[in-house]
Structures are given as structure tokens and as C-alpha cells.
Design a protein around this ligand. Structure first.
Ligand code: MV4
Length: 449
């Protein structure tokens, strides 16, 4: 087992990784920027190293600075958390070259999944359902037109190097195709240094449903079921839950099975998330794979009783799945997560500054993952997530009621937060009935404009 791990992140996820290290008896080393000197991840780590000025490019994204800290602290492994360097295959390669274990999949697999068109082709070959669309990269506008005719409008053009909603164009008619193809290509080339595009049938009102998997270094892969992530705005999730009201036990088992086989064949290792769109016939289609621990992992932890971050560390240390898990995966009850952001609840503009009062709720079935505290400062340089409030119940209704009472007992003063927006979502009759898709926030709470 590792003796010491560098936590290459900040905020709540850095604390989350430190918690896992403490429970495993591993020393945790924090890195921090000058803006994070007084952060809780610094306070709760066993050692902490300042790696540079506040700007991400000069601190948490500065690979030489992060690796130098790892070398100075003499760690055995690095946990990247989510975002930042978590899906940077070059970073993982540099770490392993320095004899430091990267807690995540092998760089080649990260690279494969980072090329969205290649990931789609690999999933198709393995028998994972994908949307009708182009076979390979679109060589020209002419080829795009041919595929669009075959698939039928509307279609969506996506950047192969994109993902998470960046570099996409919806094409509703053949007349619009030339301009949108050009725009997508130049935008992708400028943003990602790679103009490769592919095409899919466009689903108008999809749900976003993702499956959590764990894979060990010995070819064993297990599915921990799905998360429903449709409640989002501008590709930022606001509320996630597990299970999805739309996934039957049969569908869950079927997708779990095909994913286990596929990821074992691909040589996937560690935690991973496979994103699907669900159409109005409740069919699931693969869109992308994320090769990291995700923000919303706690809802899966609540319904499975599996500690996903401890599992990641054990897997990276070479443990077999039967040593990682206590027994078979059992999904029980219902969990909901609200991502509490430091932002104006109607205008959605970021709200940095000093928190004057902070009272997090507790009680049965409530979990909070946060690095915020009273008198603490939310710096303007980083993302606006200040707390993840998670409620568990025996069923969805109990989880909703529990979340409502917890939100009502959450006091944050000094900055604006999204708590009032979350309260409105939970009070909505369509949300309560499970009637929603990825357009829910845009249509019900437009704001911002
Ligand atoms: C789509 C789609 C409809 N049809 N692909 C956006 C994020 C990226 N991961 C994929 N995205 C979408 N791909 C097809 N063929 C609609 C979206 C989409 C979306 C997906 C998940 C969650 C929120 C979304 C918001 C807008 C668009």
C-alpha cells in the first residue's frame, strides 16, 4: 500500500481525497496556490506545499510545479481529483516516468476516451449502443452532407477533441450545414488544436444518464448503477440523483453487463463514468466516457455503500476487486445531490468573497462535502462550487423531503448561493413526478439573460 499520496487538487474534492487517505492510514500531501493558504485542504493534510500564484495556469495546472512538489514530498502516488489535471494523459505519463503512481486509468486509455470519435467507435465495436451517425471523422463538408441525409435531420456536429458540451453545432436543415460545419471546424481547431468533427442524430429532449464503474488491474470490472444528471444549465450540473426513475432493473443489469465486458476488453482501470443520452423511448445511447472521479460520485456512494475514492486508491495499489468491495454491489434507496454554487440564484453570476455565517445542516441521511467555513474566503479564480449537499432516503420521496428540510437549514451569509434555486427545483411538480429532461432549467428557470 502507498505510504504517502499527493492530492493534486483544491476545495471539497481535495478534502474528500484526504478523508480517504486518513481512513486508509496513508499520509496526505496538499498543494496550494497563494490564494488557498487558509484553505481546509491545507489544514487537514499531513503536509502542504505552496506551488505558485492564484492563476490556475501558474499553480494547479502547472505540471512541473505539481511534479516538483510530489518529488520534494517523496510521495508514492498522486490523486488528481476531478477537473484540473485529472484527464491529462501527459501529466499521468510524467508522473509514472518519475515512478509516482497516477491514481486513474493508464494514459493510453485516457487518450482514447479523450478522442470522442475513437471512443464512440470502440464502444460500437464492443456492442454498446450508440446513436446513428457518421462512421469516423468527417473528411469534408460534402461527406457531412451525405451522412446527414442518411441519418436524417436534425443532426449534431461534435468536435472529436471536445466533450462536455464544447464545440457542438445542431444542424436542422441541409441549407444550414455549410456554415455550421465551417464554424464547428474552425472553433474546434482554435480551442483544441484539432479540427476533427463527427456527427450524430440529434436527440431533442434527452435525459443525461451516466453509469459508474470500477475496474481493477486484473481485468475485473463492476457497474455500480446509474446517476440521473439532466438537471443542468449550460452543461453545469445542478442536481443529480441515483437511481434514475427511468432505468428499470433489467436495463440497469443489461447496460452494466455490456459495460463490464467492454471496459475489460479495452483495458480500463480505476473509476470511470460512461455517459449516455436516453431518448423518449427510454433507450440509452453512449455519448462519452469520463476517466476520473466525478463531482456527483457521492450519490452512488450513498446507494451502494461503496467508498469510491478509497476504492480508487486500493485499485491503484494493485488490489483485486474482491479486496476492494465487501461483497456484491447492492443498490438500495435513493440519493440526491445539490451542487451549491457561490452565484446569484437568478442571474447565475459568480459571487466570490468572504462567507460571514456558515451553518451546514446535518441529521439522518444528510451528507455534506465542502471546504467552506465561516470567515473563509471564496476566491474569484476557481470554480464556484462551495458545497455538495447530499440527501439519502429509502425512496425518492423521502430523499426529496430530506433535501428540502436540509436546504432550509443551510445558512450561508456574505455571498450569494444557488440554495434558493435548488429549493425551487425541489418544489417543482414536474421534478417531483420525475418528468424532466436536459431542457428543464432552461425552460423553467431561464434567468441570466
Ligand atoms: C447530444 C445532444 C443531443 N443529441 N448529442 C452536451 C454535452 C455533451 N456531453 C453531449 N451533449 C449533448 N449531446 C446528441 N446526439 C444533447 C446534448 C446536450 C446535453 C447532454 C447532456 C446534458 C446536458 C445537455 C445540454 C444540452 C445538450
Amino acid at each position: 500500500m502507498f505510504k504517502k499520496i499527493l492530492v493534486a487538487n483544491r476545495g471539497e474534492i481535495a478534502l474528500r481525497v484526504i478523508c480517504a487517505c486518513k481512513e486508509l492510514g496513508i499520509r496526505a500531501v496538499a498543494i496550494y496556490s497563494e490564494a488557498d493558504r487558509n484553505s481546509l485542504h491545507v489544514r487537514f493534510a499531513d503536509e502542504a506545499i505552496c506551488i505558485g500564484p492564484p492563476q490556475l495556469s501558474q499553480s494547479y495546472l502547472n505540471i512541473p510545479a505539481v511534479i516538483s512538489a510530489a518529488e520534494i514530498a517523496n510521495v508514492d502516488a498522486i490523486h488528481p481529483g476531478y477537473g484540473l489535471l485529472a484527464e491529462n494523459a501527459n501529466f499521468a505519463e510524467v508522473a509514472e516516468t518519475c515512478n509516482i503512481k497516477f491514481i486513474g486509468p493508464p494514459p493510453e486509455v485516457t487518450r482514447l476516451m479523450g478522442e470522442k470519435e475513437k471512443a464512440r467507435a470502440a464502444m460500437k465495436r464492443a456492442g454498446v449502443p450508440i446513436l446513428p451517425g457518421s462512421d469516423g471523422i468527417l473528411a469534408s463538408e460534402g461527406e457531412a452532407r451525405e451522412w446527414a441525409r442518411q441519418v436524417g435531420f436534425p443532426v449534431i456536429i461534435k468536435a472529436s477533441a471536445g466533450g462536455g458540451g464544447r464545440g457542438m453545432r445542431i444542424v436542422r436543415s441541409e441549407a444550414d450545414l455549410p456554415a455550421l460545419f465551417e464554424a464547428a471546424q474552425s472553433e474546434a481547431a482554435a480551442a483544441f488544436g484539432n479540427g476533427d468533427l463527427y456527427m450524430e442524430k440529434y436527440i431533442e429532449r434527452p435525459r443525461h444518464i451516466e453509469f459508474q464503474v470500477l475496474a481493477d488491474e486484473h481485468g475485473n470490472v463492476v457497474s455500480l448503477g446509474e446517476r440521473e444528471c439532466s438537471i443542468q444549465r449550460r452543461h453545469q450540473k445542478l442536481l443529480e440523483e441515483s437511481p434514475s426513475t427511468q432505468v428499470s432493473p433489467e436495463l440497469r443489469a443489461k447496460i452494466g453487463e455490456v459495460l463490464s465486458r467492454t471496459l475489460s476488453d479495452i483495458g480500463y482501470i480505476n473509476a470511470g463514468t460512461i455517459e449516455f443520452l436516453m431518448d423518449e423511448d427510454r433507450k440509452l445511447y453512449f455519448i462519452e466516457m469520463n476517466t476520473r472521479i466525478q463531482v456527483e460520485h457521492p450519490v452512488t456512494e450513498m446507494v451502494t455503500d461503496v467508498d469510491l475514492v478509497k476504492s480508487q486508491i486500493l485499485i491503484a495499489a494493485g488490489a483485486r476487486m474482491e479486496e476492494v468491495l465487501m461483497g456484491p454491489i447492492v443498490n438500495r434507496g435513493h440519493a440526491i445531490e445539490c451542487r451549491i454554487n457561490a452565484e446569484h440564484p437568478e442571474k447565475f453570476t459568480p459571487s466570490a468573497g468572504k462567507i460571514t455565517t456558515f451553518h451546514p445542516p446535518g441529521g439522518t441521511g444528510v451528507r455534506i462535502d465542502t471546504a467552506a467555513y465561516a470567515e473563509g474566503v471564496i476566491p474569484p479564480y476557481y470554480d464556484s462550487l462551495i458545497a455538495k449537499l447530499v440527501a439519502y432516503g429509502n425512496d425518492r420521496e423521502e430523499a426529496i423531503r430530506r433535501m428540502q428540510r436540509a436546504l432550509g437549514m443551510f445558512i450561508v451569509e456574505g455571498i450569494y448561493t444557488s440554495i434558493p434555486l435548488h429549493q425551487k427545483i425541489l418544489a417543482d411538480a414536474d421534478f417531483e413526478a420525475g418528468r424532466f429532461d436536459t431542457n428543464f432549467i432552461k425552460e423553467k428557470f431561464p434567468g441570466g439573460k
